[in-house]
Write a protein that binds this ligand. Sequence first.
Ligand SMILES: [Zn+2]
Length: 304
Amino acid sequence: MVDELSPYPDLPTLHARFAEEGHALGGTVGAYGQSVEGRDLMMLSVPATADTERSVTVCANIHGIEYISSEVAFGVVRALSTSLGRGLRERAAVHVLYCLNPDGRARCAAAAGVGRVRDFRKNLRGVDLNRNFPRPVDTGWFRLPFTGSDDEDAATYRGPAEASEPEVSQLCTALDELRPWASVNLHSFMGTFIPPRVADRATYRTYARLCRAAAAAQGVRYRRLASHWFDSYTGEQEDHQHHVHKTWAVCVESFPVTRSIRQHLRAPSAFWRFNPRDVARWVDNDVPAVLAFLHAALDLPRPV
Ligand SMILES: [Zn+2]
Protein backbone atom coordinates (compact mmCIF):
# COMPACT_ATOMS: atom_id res chain seq x y z
CA MET A 1 0.00 0.00 0.00
CA VAL A 2 2.81 2.36 0.91
CA ASP A 3 4.55 1.48 -2.38
CA GLU A 4 2.03 3.59 -4.27
CA LEU A 5 3.35 6.65 -2.44
CA SER A 6 7.02 5.76 -2.92
CA PRO A 7 9.51 7.38 -2.48
CA TYR A 8 7.54 9.13 0.28
CA PRO A 9 7.91 7.42 3.66
CA ASP A 10 5.20 6.17 6.01
CA LEU A 11 4.89 7.83 9.43
CA PRO A 12 7.14 5.45 11.41
CA THR A 13 9.87 5.83 8.80
CA LEU A 14 9.43 9.61 8.84
CA HIS A 15 9.80 9.69 12.64
CA ALA A 16 12.87 7.45 12.49
CA ARG A 17 14.56 9.63 9.88
CA PHE A 18 14.05 12.85 11.84
CA ALA A 19 15.15 11.19 15.07
CA GLU A 20 18.33 9.81 13.53
CA GLU A 21 19.32 13.03 11.81
CA GLY A 22 18.29 15.11 14.83
CA HIS A 23 20.32 13.09 17.31
CA ALA A 24 23.36 13.35 15.03
CA LEU A 25 22.99 17.13 15.34
CA GLY A 26 22.78 16.99 19.14
CA GLY A 27 19.06 17.70 18.99
CA THR A 28 16.18 16.30 20.96
CA VAL A 29 12.97 14.78 19.65
CA GLY A 30 9.76 14.70 21.60
CA ALA A 31 5.99 14.95 21.39
CA TYR A 32 4.34 18.30 22.15
CA GLY A 33 0.89 16.74 21.96
CA GLN A 34 -1.37 14.11 20.45
CA SER A 35 -3.70 14.13 17.47
CA VAL A 36 -7.44 13.30 17.58
CA GLU A 37 -6.57 9.65 16.98
CA GLY A 38 -3.76 9.67 19.55
CA ARG A 39 -0.79 9.97 17.25
CA ASP A 40 2.20 11.89 18.61
CA LEU A 41 2.74 15.44 17.37
CA MET A 42 6.50 15.55 17.11
CA MET A 43 9.07 18.30 17.33
CA LEU A 44 12.79 18.05 16.66
CA SER A 45 14.72 20.75 18.54
CA VAL A 46 18.25 21.53 17.44
CA PRO A 47 20.09 23.85 19.84
CA ALA A 48 21.90 26.95 18.66
CA THR A 49 25.69 26.73 18.51
CA ALA A 50 26.03 30.29 19.84
CA ASP A 51 24.74 31.82 23.05
CA THR A 52 21.35 33.14 21.99
CA GLU A 53 17.76 33.07 23.21
CA ARG A 54 16.39 33.24 19.70
CA SER A 55 14.69 30.39 17.90
CA VAL A 56 13.02 29.72 14.58
CA THR A 57 10.46 27.10 13.57
CA VAL A 58 9.95 25.08 10.41
CA CYS A 59 6.51 23.48 10.23
CA ALA A 60 5.14 21.00 7.69
CA ASN A 61 2.31 18.72 6.68
CA ILE A 62 -0.58 20.55 8.36
CA HIS A 63 -2.50 19.35 5.33
CA GLY A 64 -2.23 15.58 5.46
CA ILE A 65 -1.79 15.04 1.72
CA GLU A 66 1.15 17.42 1.36
CA TYR A 67 3.96 14.92 1.98
CA ILE A 68 6.54 16.95 0.04
CA SER A 69 6.41 19.58 2.79
CA SER A 70 7.88 17.10 5.31
CA GLU A 71 10.60 16.24 2.80
CA VAL A 72 11.55 19.92 2.49
CA ALA A 73 11.59 20.14 6.31
CA PHE A 74 13.90 17.12 6.37
CA GLY A 75 16.11 18.81 3.78
CA VAL A 76 16.40 21.80 6.14
CA VAL A 77 17.47 19.49 8.99
CA ARG A 78 20.09 17.81 6.82
CA ALA A 79 21.37 21.21 5.69
CA LEU A 80 22.07 22.20 9.31
CA SER A 81 25.22 20.05 9.30
CA THR A 82 26.50 21.49 6.01
CA SER A 83 27.97 24.83 5.00
CA LEU A 84 24.56 25.80 3.58
CA GLY A 85 22.74 25.64 6.90
CA ARG A 86 25.36 25.74 9.62
CA GLY A 87 25.17 29.53 9.83
CA LEU A 88 21.55 29.37 10.94
CA ARG A 89 22.46 27.49 14.11
CA GLU A 90 24.93 30.23 14.97
CA ARG A 91 21.97 32.62 15.16
CA ALA A 92 19.07 30.62 16.58
CA ALA A 93 17.82 27.29 17.87
CA VAL A 94 15.89 25.47 15.16
CA HIS A 95 12.65 23.65 15.95
CA VAL A 96 11.21 21.43 13.23
CA LEU A 97 7.57 20.37 13.58
CA TYR A 98 7.58 18.12 10.60
CA CYS A 99 4.06 16.66 10.60
CA LEU A 100 1.33 18.80 12.13
CA ASN A 101 -1.45 16.50 10.93
CA PRO A 102 -0.41 12.86 11.34
CA ASP A 103 -4.02 11.58 11.18
CA GLY A 104 -4.59 13.21 7.79
CA ARG A 105 -1.29 11.83 6.58
CA ALA A 106 -2.15 8.34 7.84
CA ARG A 107 -5.59 8.47 6.23
CA CYS A 108 -3.99 9.43 2.93
CA ALA A 109 -1.54 6.53 3.22
CA ALA A 110 -4.30 4.04 4.11
CA ALA A 111 -6.12 4.98 0.90
CA ALA A 112 -2.85 4.90 -1.08
CA GLY A 113 -3.52 8.53 -1.92
CA VAL A 114 -6.64 7.67 -3.95
CA GLY A 115 -9.71 9.68 -2.99
CA ARG A 116 -10.92 13.20 -2.38
CA VAL A 117 -8.34 15.83 -1.53
CA ARG A 118 -10.47 17.25 1.27
CA ASP A 119 -10.51 13.89 3.07
CA PHE A 120 -6.72 13.79 3.15
CA ARG A 121 -6.19 17.49 3.73
CA LYS A 122 -8.16 17.87 6.97
CA ASN A 123 -7.89 16.25 10.37
CA LEU A 124 -9.93 13.27 11.52
CA ARG A 125 -12.90 15.47 12.48
CA GLY A 126 -12.95 17.06 9.04
CA VAL A 127 -11.46 20.40 10.07
CA ASP A 128 -8.95 22.27 7.94
CA LEU A 129 -6.33 22.81 10.64
CA ASN A 130 -4.95 25.79 8.76
CA ARG A 131 -8.26 27.63 9.21
CA ASN A 132 -8.60 26.74 12.90
CA PHE A 133 -6.02 29.06 14.49
CA PRO A 134 -7.25 31.80 16.82
CA ARG A 135 -7.55 34.92 14.75
CA PRO A 136 -5.77 38.13 15.71
CA VAL A 137 -7.72 40.52 17.92
CA ASP A 138 -5.75 43.75 17.77
CA THR A 139 -4.88 44.29 14.13
CA GLY A 140 -4.99 48.05 13.73
CA TRP A 141 -7.78 50.40 12.81
CA PHE A 142 -9.86 48.14 10.63
CA ARG A 143 -10.79 44.51 10.43
CA LEU A 144 -11.80 42.69 7.32
CA PRO A 145 -14.25 39.82 7.42
CA PHE A 146 -12.76 36.47 8.26
CA THR A 147 -12.87 33.75 5.67
CA GLY A 148 -12.64 29.96 5.78
CA SER A 149 -15.79 27.93 5.44
CA ASP A 150 -18.64 27.13 7.83
CA ASP A 151 -19.58 24.19 5.61
CA GLU A 152 -18.41 20.96 7.24
CA ASP A 153 -17.92 19.34 3.83
CA ALA A 154 -15.74 22.11 2.50
CA ALA A 155 -12.00 21.64 2.09
CA THR A 156 -11.49 24.80 4.16
CA TYR A 157 -13.96 24.06 6.99
CA ARG A 158 -12.72 26.12 9.93
CA GLY A 159 -14.20 23.97 12.69
CA PRO A 160 -16.78 24.71 15.39
CA ALA A 161 -14.56 27.20 17.25
CA GLU A 162 -11.09 28.71 17.16
CA ALA A 163 -8.44 26.17 18.21
CA SER A 164 -11.17 23.55 18.64
CA GLU A 165 -8.80 20.88 17.32
CA PRO A 166 -6.13 19.30 19.53
CA GLU A 167 -3.55 19.50 16.74
CA VAL A 168 -3.97 23.31 16.69
CA SER A 169 -4.47 24.03 20.39
CA GLN A 170 -1.37 22.04 21.38
CA LEU A 171 0.66 23.62 18.60
CA CYS A 172 -0.39 27.06 19.84
CA THR A 173 0.73 26.12 23.36
CA ALA A 174 4.09 24.93 22.05
CA LEU A 175 4.51 28.13 20.03
CA ASP A 176 3.48 30.24 23.04
CA GLU A 177 6.51 28.82 24.83
CA LEU A 178 8.93 28.99 21.92
CA ARG A 179 7.90 32.42 20.63
CA PRO A 180 10.03 31.89 17.52
CA TRP A 181 11.58 34.90 15.82
CA ALA A 182 10.63 33.50 12.43
CA SER A 183 8.70 30.56 11.03
CA VAL A 184 8.44 28.91 7.64
CA ASN A 185 5.33 26.78 7.21
CA LEU A 186 5.61 24.33 4.35
CA HIS A 187 2.80 23.28 2.00
CA SER A 188 2.20 22.16 -1.58
CA PHE A 189 1.48 22.81 -4.40
CA MET A 190 1.60 26.11 -6.31
CA GLY A 191 5.09 27.50 -6.07
CA THR A 192 4.27 30.56 -3.98
CA PHE A 193 5.18 32.45 -0.84
CA ILE A 194 2.15 33.55 1.17
CA PRO A 195 2.85 36.01 3.97
CA PRO A 196 0.27 36.78 6.66
CA ARG A 197 -2.35 39.46 6.31
CA VAL A 198 -0.91 42.67 7.76
CA ALA A 199 -2.71 46.00 8.00
CA ASP A 200 0.17 48.46 7.80
CA ARG A 201 2.12 49.23 4.64
CA ALA A 202 5.58 49.17 6.19
CA THR A 203 5.14 45.59 7.41
CA TYR A 204 3.57 44.62 4.10
CA ARG A 205 6.67 45.90 2.30
CA THR A 206 8.95 44.12 4.77
CA TYR A 207 7.27 40.81 3.90
CA ALA A 208 7.76 41.59 0.21
CA ARG A 209 11.47 42.00 0.95
CA LEU A 210 11.66 38.77 2.95
CA CYS A 211 9.96 36.84 0.16
CA ARG A 212 12.32 38.36 -2.43
CA ALA A 213 15.27 37.21 -0.32
CA ALA A 214 13.82 33.70 -0.23
CA ALA A 215 13.10 33.61 -3.97
CA ALA A 216 16.59 34.89 -4.80
CA ALA A 217 17.99 31.68 -3.25
CA GLN A 218 15.93 29.45 -5.56
CA GLY A 219 16.71 28.04 -9.00
CA VAL A 220 13.01 28.11 -9.84
CA ARG A 221 11.80 31.26 -8.10
CA TYR A 222 8.38 31.30 -6.49
CA ARG A 223 6.07 34.28 -6.56
CA ARG A 224 4.64 36.08 -3.58
CA LEU A 225 0.89 35.85 -3.25
CA ALA A 226 -0.33 38.84 -1.27
CA SER A 227 -2.61 41.83 -1.52
CA HIS A 228 -2.56 44.80 0.78
CA TRP A 229 -6.27 45.39 0.26
CA PHE A 230 -7.91 42.08 -0.41
CA ASP A 231 -6.32 39.65 2.03
CA SER A 232 -8.41 38.58 4.98
CA TYR A 233 -7.77 36.81 8.26
CA THR A 234 -8.53 33.19 7.64
CA GLY A 235 -7.44 31.46 10.81
CA GLU A 236 -4.20 30.51 9.08
CA GLN A 237 -1.04 29.72 10.98
CA GLU A 238 0.91 32.71 9.62
CA ASP A 239 -1.75 35.22 10.73
CA HIS A 240 -1.71 33.75 14.22
CA GLN A 241 2.06 33.63 14.47
CA HIS A 242 2.61 37.15 13.18
CA HIS A 243 -0.05 38.91 15.19
CA VAL A 244 -0.11 36.84 18.38
CA HIS A 245 3.51 35.71 18.74
CA LYS A 246 5.22 38.55 16.83
CA THR A 247 6.88 36.02 14.55
CA TRP A 248 7.95 36.70 10.96
CA ALA A 249 5.96 33.89 9.35
CA VAL A 250 5.42 32.71 5.80
CA CYS A 251 3.67 29.86 4.03
CA VAL A 252 5.73 28.26 1.27
CA GLU A 253 3.89 26.21 -1.33
CA SER A 254 6.37 23.87 -3.03
CA PHE A 255 6.09 22.33 -6.49
CA PRO A 256 4.96 25.12 -8.84
CA VAL A 257 2.07 24.20 -11.07
CA THR A 258 3.83 25.69 -14.09
CA ARG A 259 6.63 23.15 -13.71
CA SER A 260 4.42 20.22 -12.88
CA ILE A 261 1.56 20.50 -15.37
CA ARG A 262 2.40 17.22 -17.07
CA GLN A 263 2.37 15.33 -13.79
CA HIS A 264 -0.90 17.03 -12.85
CA LEU A 265 -2.60 15.99 -16.07
CA ARG A 266 -1.48 12.38 -15.72
CA ALA A 267 -1.83 12.11 -11.96
CA PRO A 268 -3.27 8.68 -11.10
CA SER A 269 -4.50 9.95 -7.74
CA ALA A 270 -5.04 13.04 -5.62
CA PHE A 271 -1.71 12.31 -3.96
CA TRP A 272 0.28 12.76 -7.14
CA ARG A 273 -1.23 16.14 -7.86
CA PHE A 274 0.28 17.49 -4.64
CA ASN A 275 3.58 15.66 -4.45
CA PRO A 276 6.35 15.68 -7.04
CA ARG A 277 7.81 12.39 -8.24
CA ASP A 278 11.21 14.05 -8.29
CA VAL A 279 11.49 14.84 -4.58
CA ALA A 280 15.15 15.87 -4.57
CA ARG A 281 14.63 18.52 -7.22
CA TRP A 282 12.12 20.49 -5.15
CA VAL A 283 13.86 19.89 -1.85
CA ASP A 284 17.06 21.26 -3.40
CA ASN A 285 15.12 24.20 -4.82
CA ASP A 286 13.29 25.11 -1.62
CA VAL A 287 15.69 24.44 1.27
CA PRO A 288 17.90 27.44 0.35
CA ALA A 289 14.76 29.61 0.24
CA VAL A 290 13.70 28.50 3.72
CA LEU A 291 17.15 29.30 5.08
CA ALA A 292 17.27 32.66 3.27
CA PHE A 293 13.89 33.69 4.67
CA LEU A 294 14.92 32.77 8.22
CA HIS A 295 18.25 34.60 7.92
CA ALA A 296 16.60 37.72 6.51
CA ALA A 297 14.01 37.67 9.32
CA LEU A 298 16.73 37.26 11.96
CA ASP A 299 18.32 40.44 10.57
CA LEU A 300 15.18 42.35 11.57
CA PRO A 301 13.72 43.33 14.94
CA ARG A 302 10.56 41.42 15.80
CA PRO A 303 7.39 42.58 14.07
CA VAL A 304 5.53 45.24 16.07
ZN1 LIG B 1 -1.46 23.18 2.46
